[in-house]
Design a protein around this ligand. Structure first.
Ligand code: PHE
Ligand code: ZN
Length: 876
């Protein structure tokens, strides 16, 4: 037996996994400490004997010294919760291995070896949904970031690339379908009702891209011929009852493949591309090589059960995962600090894809809305980090809006500065230069410099510094000359007290006050803390339209009159800038004193928008959408959620009242168009439900009546959910009738039941928190499904009336949830901490209660690394 190991014996009887290791301060991992792994693992063979209760894994690794690294006499392999059965080296059983915590260390002489390790895992006990786990009777894997170590002992780090051969053996009735990465090579029947399949992936990949699926699934199939003439067999794998909802996913795959060829010159590289939909999934989806695994939410869609927004999200996420095949898989990350290398770039790619599919204007407005209501609060809060972090304790905590969305904005700025063609040269060079490698963000920046012809010396600060740059813009006018004075400050963030200026590309236009037009836009780049730009030929001070298209992810304060904002909100030819002017009017009112003049200016702009025939109805609805609470909270120095709800919803009622006739007219006039497919139908549905919201805000009875009518006559989920969202915020029988009908109609569809929970938890009603409490006891609620947890508590934590309820009961509810999920699903638990972490920015009474809940969590005993890191940062 082995002296170093308590519960694990090297040979013979399988035993339980090691008891949880002694609680100890989790180590801080630092970017500066990167060192290459001493061994290479050019090939791995995995033999699975699959079962829901227990699965046996035999891993055969070919290892050899890494000549680029320091030599090592032992090989150290990561593990997590594994039962070790045996270790063989070059065919001989070894007992001289040792354990260091969860890791396995095997003494090894230099040279090439074959290492065979047998482990046993327990999929149905895997509640973390990392590694191999069971979902609805099927088996599937999730390995990013560090889940592969829960399947077998392995150097579970992204810079170790191996060619995988996978053989799966299982009961044929329970698991008729056996899928893994790459291409199928062999399958066959075995004795005892069993069968097997073998897959081979020719492309070397890191362990986080490994995947396996076994289950009773059916596929929608199709094919795609690549630009090089390769025919790719496509499959969307789902449970049989979901098959009718897979056509949109399949079309989205083909559009993605085509777009990546046309836009980035990227061709698919295997004979197969499979997507599997899984009901229990921590994230949106995962880009495993040739076998993407998806949350059902981002695969299944039909008119009856999915909204227009759901359809677009499916297409966007399918694009995202597909695009990872090049930005992530062919070129992967050297270490997890480089996460934005693949995620920032791939988010940008999926955003551009969606812009091309449906128009850039509305997509850009939506993406910026997300950035400002999710990433800005992160960047100004206790967990602020650069898009390339310097340290972490638990990498799962860094799958953030900063790494993803700000990361995308940073690369978008390079694109704006280079121009589309030069940017393409940069991306071509990047793909060419680093194909097959585990690369760094620096590699990407260098390729952009060399390929696109940019000097990114100062620009690299965007990778180093956290915090949203605060820019102010002022205008001076003298004779014919306009001077634009721009100043920037990058605010201090935890661990980064002093910041340097960053290059900020700003697309601007100067509107001639007389003509109401501008003479063309231009791109200026603010590089200094303070800088002046002059423009000639303006007899009168022009109206400044700045950061058009949102070229830079900054917070901007411009010196501009209300009248000029009204002008831009009515006339700016850049859709984003027009929307921005409207938002500035709204923010000015909502963040300032309740001011009749400010409100009247909003009315003037809204009137122009309602009367503008040149606008499409989706853009019209965007322009009339009030800023989200999260962004209002972010922009408030000290946030008083109660007061903000009153003010914002008061403004909605005022607008609804002022324009009652027009909103009713739109609601009625668009009834038929809203039943149609295609872009105009979608635009009509958007405007119709927005109008309904304003009608209800001004006149509850009328809103209830029209809402129920819209609900009953709905031809699809967009109209139905749009009506129910409004009804759920009202009182009365219409609300009860519609909610009961909705549940009865869709009780057997989990994704729609999620909507039912969400709509109720989002309602801005005084007693919403009691409702949420009751819903937590509903027959359909379960803590073990992440979508369901998010549908109720994710919605609740974003609802200021519920979360910020004056008694503090909302904070307590979220803290209780975090504690309940802490060990069962640490990743999911940790996602709820930042809402409490905002305590410093909330008015004193609530602030103290939020902090107290964080302290209660901190004191609660054994915390997962995920929750501990978040809570520490929040209190720190
Ligand atoms: N890499 C996935 C994506 O962005 C996200 C993910 C991370 C999924 C970790 C699961 C676990 O597409
Ligand atoms: Zn991604």
């Amino acid at each position: 037996s082995n002296p170093q190991s308590g519960a694990n014996t090297p040979a013979g009887s399988p035993v339980l996994p090691d008891a949880a290791p002694e609680p100890q301060e989790p180590a801080v991992i630092r970017r500066a400490d990167y060192a290459p792994y001493p061994w290479r693992v050019p090939a791995i063979r995995l033999d699975f004997d699959l079962g829901l209760e227990t699965t046996r894994v035999e891993a055969t690794l070919t290892v050899e010294p890494n000549l680029d690294a320091d030599a090592a006499e032992d090989i150290r392999l990561d593990g997590d919760g594994l039962v070790l059965e045996s270790v063989h080296v070059d065919g001989e059983e070894r007992t001289d291995w040792r354990r260091d915590g969860e890791a396995l260390i095997v003494p090894l002489s230099s040279g090439k070896h074959t290492l065979t390790i047998v482990t046993r895992i327990l999929p149905s006990e895997n509640t973390q949904l990392m590694g191999l786990y069971a979902s609805n009777g099927m088996l599937c894997t999730q390995c990013e970031a560090e889940g592969f170590r829960r399947i077998t002992f392995f150097p579970d780090r992204p810079d170790v690339l191996s060619v995988y051969t996978v053989r799966m053996e299982a009961d044929r009735e329970a698991f008729p379908v056996l899928l893994s990465n790459g291409n199928p090579v062999e399958e066959g029947l075995l004795d005892g009702g069993r069968h097997f399949a073998e897959w081979h992936d020719p492309w070397p990949k890191p362990s986080y891209l490994f995947a396996l699926v076994a289950g009773d699934l059916v596929a929608r199939t199709d094919s795609f011929t690549t630009m090089g003439g390769r025919e790719v067999a496509l499959g969307v794998w789902v449970r049989e009852e979901d098959l009718p909802r897979t056509s949109h996913a399949m079309e989205s795959i083909k559009r993605s493949m085509n777009w990546d060829e046309e836009t980035f010159g990227r061709e698919y590289d295997l004979d197969r591309f499979n997507i599997v939909a899984v009901g229990d999934f921590n994230m949106g989806a995962m880009e495993n090589k040739g076998l993407n695994i998806f949350n059902t939410k981002y695969v299944l869609a039909d008119q009856e059960t999915a909204t227009d927004a759901d359809f677009d999200a499916v297409e966007g996420v399918i694009g995202h995962e597909y695009f990872h095949n090049w930005s992530g898989n062919r070129i992967t990350c050297r270490d997890w600090f480089q996460l934005s290398l693949k995620e920032g770039f791939t988010v940008l790619r999926d955003q551009l894809f969606s812009e091309d599919m449906h128009g850039a204007a509305v997509k850009r407005i939506g993406d910026v809305r997300v950035l400002r209501s999710v990433q800005f609060p992160e960047d100004s809060g206790p967990f602020a980090h650069p898009i390339r972090p310097d340290s972490y304790k638990e990498i799962s905590n860094f799958y953030t809006a900063t790494v993803y969305n700000k990361g995308a904005e940073v690369i978008r700025m390079m694109r704006s500065m280079a121009g589309i063609e030069a940017f393409r040269k940069g991306s071509d060079l990047y793909f060419d230069r680093h194909d097959g490698e585990a690369a760094t963000c620096e590699d990407f920046v260098k390729a952009m410099e060399d390929g696109a012809g940019l000097d990114l010396t100062q620009f690299r600060r965007w990778y180093e510094q956290a915090g949203t740059p605060q820019v102010t813009a002022e205008q001076r006018h003298d004779g014919d000359t306009v001077t634009l004075v721009l100043k920037q400050v990058v605010p201090p963030t935890p661990g980064q007290p002093d910041k340097a200026p960053v290059p900020i590309p700003l697309r601007i236009a100067l509107f001639d006050r007389e003509k109401g037009e501008h003479a063309g836009e231009q791109l200026i780049v603010l590089t200094e803390a303070e800088q002046e730009f002059t423009f000639e030929g303006f007899a009168k001070p022009p109206i400044l339209s700045i950061n058009r298209g949102y070229t830079a992810p900054i917070a901007l304060d411009r010196d501009i009159s209300r009248e000029d904002l009204v002008f831009l909100a009515a006339h700016d030819d850049d859709s984003f800038a027009r929307h921005e002017a409207m938002q500035e009017l709204l923010l000015g009112y909502l963040l300032g004193d309740a001011d009749d003049e400010a409100r009247a200016a909003i009315g003037t702009a809204a009137q122009a928008v309602l009367a503008d025939d040149a606008l499409d109805n989706e853009m019209r609805a965007e322009l009339l959408t009030l800023p989200p609470f999260a962004y209002l909270g972010e922009r408030s120095k000290i946030y008083d959620p109660g007061a903000m709800v009153e003010k914002r919803e008061g403004l909605r009622a005022w607008l609804g009242h002022e324009f009652a006739g027009q909103f009713r007219d739109y609601h009625e006039r668009l009834t038929n168009l809203a039943r149609e497919e295609g872009a105009q139908g979608k635009q009509a549905r958007r405007m119709r439900s927005l109008a309904l919201g304003y009608i209800a805000a001004a006149d509850e009875a009328e809103g209830a009546r029209l809402g129920l009518a819209q609900y009953r006559a709905a031809a699809g989920m967009t109209e139905r959910q749009g009506a129910l969202a409004v009804l759920a915020g009202l009182d009365g029988t219409e609300r009860e009738e519609a909610l009961a009908d909705f549940y009865a109609r869709f009780a057997d569809n989990p994704l729609v039941v999620d909507k039912w929970f969400t709509l109720q938890a989002m309602a801005l009603r005084p007693n919403v928190l009691d409702e949420v409490g009751k819903l937590a006891g509903h027959e359909a609620f379960t803590i073990s499904n992440p979508n369901r947890v998010r549908s109720l508590y994710g919605a609740m934590s974003g609802n200021p009336v519920a979360f910020h309820q004056e008694s503090g009961a909302g904070y307590r509810m979220i803290a209780d949830l975090i504690l309940e999920l802490n060990m069962r699903n640490p990743q999911l638990a940790a996602r709820f901490v930042p809402s409490l972490g905002r305590w410093r920015r909330v008015e004193p009474g609530r602030s103290a209660m939020m902090r107290a809940e964080l302290e209660r969590i901190a004191a609660a005993g054994t915390l997962s690394r995920d929750v501990a890191e978040q809570v520490e940062a929040s209190l720190g």
